[in-house]
Design a protein around this ligand. Structure first.
Ligand SMILES: Nc1ncnc2c1ncn2[C@@H]1O[C@H](COP(=O)(O)OP(=O)(O)OP(=O)(O)O)[C@@H](O)[C@H]1O
Ligand SMILES: Cc1ncsc1CCO
Ligand SMILES: [Mg+2]
Length: 240
């Protein structure tokens, strides 16, 4: 939650982190996008997540799902399948998460991390996108983004980003901020968010000595990004 909220603030968005069912009806009318992250899922929080997704959809607000470690338990898998049924605008996961979700079967990962490469999950991402109506993003060395037809690759970022917990969660939150700005282009907004986050990692890495200082310098780089830095570094290419 710390890295997600600080990533959003650095990018110019205004985060609010909520769990409580009773607050949602007051909060959701004022949001521009919703991010649901099942990272530390509990039975108490799941009804809030479902209610938030339903309310956002009813109010025409875009929402993004991060199916953290969906492969790890039946409880997570069932919860994510139900949430996907509530029509997220975007689903962003690592490769093992997207493969499990697309197959509606647990499979394996390592902790909350992926044991697959993002390029192993292209077919899974396309079938999940077609079945759910969501744009699906698979993070990794190359980030894959698809609406089931077009497939886009984002070639930004540094490997050290995997050594900071919740960089995946943070980029999912950034995707929500980008679709808040451009809700009619979720595919382009998702690819742009992944590229901008990756560029921030590349620029932060120039000053970092390891994961802890990269975390700091990545947020600083995101905050200081300008058009020239983005245009000179962005690497987005069509794959299919
Ligand atoms: N080998 C790599 N090279 C470049 N960038 C990478 C690499 N691996 C991951 N990234 C970037 O790191 C970020 C997090 O991706 P990752 O796939 O590790 O997410 P995740 O497993 O969901 O993370 P978490 O569960 O910790 O939130 C993304 O922006 C991704 O592009
Ligand atoms: C490590 C971890 N465990 C639950 S959520 C989370 C953060 C990365 O997804
Ligand atoms: Mg994750």
């Amino acid at each position: 939650m710390d890295l997600m909220a600080n990533t959003l603030l650095a990018a110019g968005a205004s985060p609010a982190m909520l769990h409580t069912l009773q607050e949602l009806q007051d909060f959701i009318p004022h949001i521009h996008a919703l991010c649901i992250n099942i990272g530390t899922l509990s039975p108490d929080w799941l009804p809030s997540m479902k209610s938030a997704a339903l309310t956002a959809a009813q109010l025409g607000k875009p929402w993004v799902l991060d199916p953290v470690a969906v492969f790890a338990s039946e409880f997570r898998l069932t919860a994510c399948l139900e949430l996907v049924g509530l029509r997220p605008t975007v689903v962003r996961g690592n490769a093992s998460e997207i493969i499990a979700l697309a197959n509606a079967s647990r499979g394996t990962g390592k902790g909350v991390d992926s044991i697959h490469e993002s390029t192993d999950a292209v077919d899974a991402a396309k079938s999940l996108a077609l079945a759910s109506g969501a744009v699906v993003a698979v993070s990794g060395a190359v980030d894959i983004i698809t609406d089931g037809q077009q497939v886009i690759g984002v070639h930004n970022g540094v490997a050290m980003m995997q050594k900071i917990t919740a960089t995946g969660c943070a980029v999912t939150a950034l995707i929500a901020a980008f679709i808040a700005v451009d809700p009619s282009h979720p595919l382009e907004a998702t690819a742009s968010a992944l590229s901008v986050f990756g560029v921030s990692g590349e620029m932060g890495m120039e000053f970092a000595r390891g994961p802890a200082s990269l975390r700091m310098h990545l947020i600083d780089a995101l905050h200081g990004l300008d058009q020239a830095a983005i245009l000179s570094r962005v690497k987005i290419a069509s794959i299919e």
